[in-house]
Design a binder for this molecule. Sequence first.
Ligand SMILES: NC(=O)c1ccc[n+]([C@@H]2O[C@H](COP(=O)([O-])OP(=O)(O)OC[C@H]3O[C@@H](n4cnc5c(N)ncnc54)[C@H](O)[C@@H]3O)[C@@H](O)[C@H]2O)c1
Length: 366
Amino acid sequence: MLCLFWFSVVSTLLTVLKNRGYLQIPYFSQKYPPVKFLSEKDRKRILITGGAGFVGSHLTDKLMMDGHEVTVVDNFFTGRKRNVEHWIGHENFELINHDVVEPLYIEVDQIYHLASPASPPNYMYNPIKTLKTNTIGTLNMLGLAKRVGARLLLASTSEVYGDPEVHPQNEEYWGHVNPIGPRACYDEGKRVAETMCYAYMKQEGVEVRVARIFNTFGSRMHMNDGRVVSNFILQALQGEPLTVYGSGSQTRAFQYVSDLVNGLVSLMNSNISSPVNLVNPTYRSPLSIRSQIQFLPEAQDDPRRRRPDIRKAKMMLGWEPVVPLEEGLNKTIQYFSRELEHQANNQYIPKPKAARQKKGRPRQHN
Ligand SMILES: NC(=O)c1ccc[n+]([C@@H]2O[C@H](COP(=O)([O-])OP(=O)(O)OC[C@H]3O[C@@H](n4cnc5c(N)ncnc54)[C@H](O)[C@@H]3O)[C@@H](O)[C@H]2O)c1
């Protein structure tokens, strides 16, 4: 009995020391990435909705390694347990399978609200669900923030600018969005999510932060998200022609995921409650790439030109992207190659599902 008691005391002590980075026994130090020790005063309880997705899992890594207690909430619509599996079992980490459309009752200090499909094939697959996630889901998270006095950061998007008529786009621009087009479930969902944040701020005193995120790429991104970076990498690695939609004269800005994560954390811990663009402003047109190209019809409501203005983030957060496009692309190409190797045995790469539609005659709009 006494033996058992001492065994459990020693093993608990070793686990605590190992999690706080004091122990370097090979077996123990291999299990989790190193985690800083933060005093109780500095350590925060942080909720990340959509934390098993592409951006959310990198944000989880940063906040865990900084020494915070992180709870990831995800319904695994587009996220994967594999993205956060290296933290499962760590005393500072919790993974909850939960849909944000349902209320959540936990105690937290900060909420990074990322839950929402992000790529066109994923958010157009079930537009009603995308709307519910961005509206009811955001209301639920703001309600939680109000109840526990937490600060909430909304992962908004450059899509709130729609197909912009003003260049470059700074945060004062109200946007140019088609409210009944195929992308509206996402664009308008995010616009109303921003509106909800400011209603809760003004009416209830909830502290909010709004990040308008532009195209982001890096490891763990969805290989079949239908966007230009993943399309081109996958096609190039598989020796297929690169597909360009429309004339190919569209422009986009891209940022590497580690830059975005640093921007999100800076914004959360700043005193800036108005929206902030987060992106690398160097912009490119797909036609600047020399390769065999196949032209396809333009997608409806696809923005023709994106040219972000990030002066606000630079001046007010002291943040700017540091990873050059080429360096980020090389890391991402390595990730895609590894994933393709994993899948080589069954030659299976999941394709995006076609949008859900009821059979029969489409209803007329009045
Ligand atoms: N990646 C980008 O380029 C980009 C650009 C602009 C904005 N954003 C925003 O950043 C956030 C994260 O994007 P991402 O690229 O990591 O996408 P992602 O699809 O990889 O991650 C979204 C996560 O949210 C989860 N989720 C979706 N609906 C949910 C629900 N109802 N309840 C709980 N979890 C739910 C998914 O399972 C997934 O894990 C999104 O809000 C997105 O709109 C991303």
